[in-house]
Ligand binder design. Structure first.
Ligand code: DX5
Ligand code: ZN
Length: 218
């Protein structure tokens, strides 16, 4: 039931194909791709050309996390590159509803992302239009940071809305996920876990994936 989305941000970029196949064989559900522009976040990473290069090497859905300004400008480009799910930050969108409709009009799944400080109320009126809500559990920009525990009540809030309104929205968390924090997030109501360093810093990626794929208790 719990889905695992390894973030290739912590992979060895010189052998990306092998690194992706390794987590696919290890049981990953999505490949999480962190796109950063050096403006919205203080780091520069992957662009659409890399997404396009990755597309043929895996059968897994490509979960593309846009940490960029003006995401609207790049929706078609990332769709053509092979993204299956495109997530945009609330903080980067002036017309969030319009951006979500734009993504969906391209025929792919749409996700919306909240930074740790951004309240759940910001997406209350668009949650019925999205396929996934991504809650950042670190400040975006880098892998290997510590989990911010104060995000847990936000996971519960989203889970309550999803349950009450009987929505099919996935709840994903991203940042500082390890076996211990995975459990906290799953118990709070998350069902997709992004993990970079907890998977790619281990030699046995299958074992690393199994160690964070905890199921809800109680
Ligand atoms: C952070 C990225 C994450 C990052 C997570 O801005 O959005 O996806 O790769 O890395 P870990 O799991 O190492 O915190
Ligand atoms: Zn991410």
């Amino acid at each position: 039931m719990t889905k695992i989305a390894p973030s290739i941000l912590s992979a060895d970029f010189a052998m990306l194909e092998e690194e992706i196949k390794d987590v696919e064989q290890g049981g990953a559900d999505y490949i999480h791709i962190d796109v950063m522009d050096g403006h919205f976040v203080p780091n520069i990473t992957i662009g659409p050309m890399i997404v396009e290069a990755i597309r043929p090497v895996t059968n897994l859905p490509l979960d593309v996390h846009l940490m960029i300004e003006n995401p609207d400008q790049y929706i078609e480009t990332f769709t053509k590159s092979g993204a299956d799910l495109l997530s945009v930050h609330v903080e980067a969108c002036h017309h969030l509803h319009k951006t979500i409709q734009h993504i969906k009009s391209e025929g792919i799944r749409a996700g919306v992302v909240l930074n740790p400080h951004t309240p759940v109320s910001m997406i209350e009126h668009v949650i019925e239009d999205v396929d996934l809500v991504l809650l950042m559990t670190v400040n975006p920009g880098f892998g290997g940071q510590s989990f911010i525990k104060s995000v847990l009540p936000k996971i519960r809030q989203i889970a309550t809305i999803v349950e009450k309104r009987e929505l099919k929205v996935e709840i994903e968390v991203d940042g500082g996920i390890n076996p211990e924090t995975a459990k906290l997030c799953i118990d709070a109501g998350a069902n997709v876990l992004v993990a970079g360093s907890a998977i790619y810093n281990q030699t046995d990626r299958g074992q690393a994936i199994r160690s964070i794929r905890v199921e809800k208790t109680g």
